[in-house]
Design a protein around this ligand. Structure first.
Ligand code: NDP
Length: 312
């Protein structure tokens, strides 16, 4: 019998308890789910989120792995008390949510939906307002991992001219894949709509800054469902002011909740969504957790192991 600690916010327990119980049963795992404060020395696995009660892993001497419920790991990856393997969440529900959020906001920009919402005033404005076809719209996705890759593929399947950028070279059907610093410059240079789905690491911090924003086509649109740290906020506000960037839809921020006095809230060229682009779904996430525990117990390679040195 394995002892599995649920170390997420207690509000999530009613949704996760039945989902994890069902997933363990389906995977043939005999497990007892425990809530803090359980004896740390008796815990085999921790189902974890940074918003949960465990911040210090020192006493978890028997724990074989920490299984993060979030895709992003920036709040735990540098935790020096964590010596066990750390796995992040790659969940079908999270992926579909991100694809739907990104597709919706790309189509909103592509079809200029905001213009028509703002001009329902009896004037028949046809000339100059027929949207181009998707194939004539260049969309760039920064980050081609579990989430960014799915977004890029979906946008390509809708006909958009999609370019993706990642750290290592990739091949993705229907997507022009670039990598490295030169690849970034080339990608930004063609980004009429830019989607940032990168993790928060020292290397990605302020990736969009005065210099890189200036590489984008005049009047480009930015969607950031990645992390707030990817964007230098002052630089973005200046680029919105100058018209270099026409609009930004931001789901993630350096400080969350975004403080009420933050200029993004009232900015006419910014849409704020409150970190809702994608959420881990208990039923599908529980299956990922169960499969990983099965793998650890069987001595097989775990899924979605975080590279602590790389930071994601
Ligand atoms: P993955 O780890 O699967 O993918 C990350 C991608 O970013 C990879 O393609 C990786 O390149 C690329 N990358 C990382 N560092 C660099 C770099 N320095 N230069 C270029 N490319 C880089 O992560 P996911 O797709 O699962 O998630 C991405 C992020 O989305 C999460 O880290 C999180 O911040 C955010 N997120 C936001 C949510 C929301 O609701 N707003 C919900 C869930 C996640 P390579 O392939 O070469 O490794």
């Amino acid at each position: 019998m394995l002892n599995i600690l649920f170390a997420d916010r207690i509000e999530n327990w009613p949704a996760y308890e039945p989902a994890l119980t069902a997933a363990f049963a389906a995977a043939g795992i005999e497990a007892k789910l425990l809530l803090p404060p359980a004896d740390p020395a008796k815990i085999d696995y921790i189902v974890y989120s940074p918003r949960g009660p465990v911040q210090d892993f020192t006493a978890y001497t028997r724990t074989k792995a920490v299984l993060n419920l979030w895709a992003g790991v920036e709040r735990v990856v540098g935790n020096e008390t964590l010596t066990q393997p750390l796995c992040r969440m790659v969940d079908e529900g999270l992926e579909r949510g991100m694809v739907e959020w990104v597709t919706g906001h790309v189509l909103r920009a592509h079809l200029d939906i905001d213009f028509f919402l703002a001009h329902q005033d009896g004037v028949w404005r046809q000339a100059g307002h027929v949207p181009p076809l998707a194939r004539d719209r260049s969309v760039v996705v920064l980050g081609l991992g579990a989430l960014g890759g799915a977004c890029a593929s979906t946008l390509a399947s809708l006909g958009f001219a999609v370019t993706g950028w990642s750290r290592s070279p990739k091949t993705l059907a229907g997507v022009t894949c670039l990598s490295g610093p030169e690849g970034l410059r080339a990608a930004l240079g063609r980004a009429q709509i830019l989607v940032t789905v990168l993790p928060n690491t020292p290397e990605t911090t302020d990736l969009l800054n005065r210099e890189t924003l200036a590489l984008m086509p005049q009047g480009a649109v930015i969607l950031n469902p990645g992390r707030g740290t990817l964007i230098d906020d002052e630089a973005l506000l200046a680029a919105l002011e100058s018209g270099q960037i026409a609009h930004a839809t931001l789901d993630v921020f350096r400080i969350e909740p975004l403080p009420p006095e933050h200029p993004y809230w009232a900015h006419p060229k910014v849409t704020v969504t409150p970190h809702i682009a994608a959420e881990t779904r208990p039923a599908s996430a529980a299956r990922v957790i169960a499969e990983n525990i099965r793998r650890f117990e069987a001595g097989e390679a775990p899924l979605h192991l975080v590279d602590r040195a790389r930071g994601y």
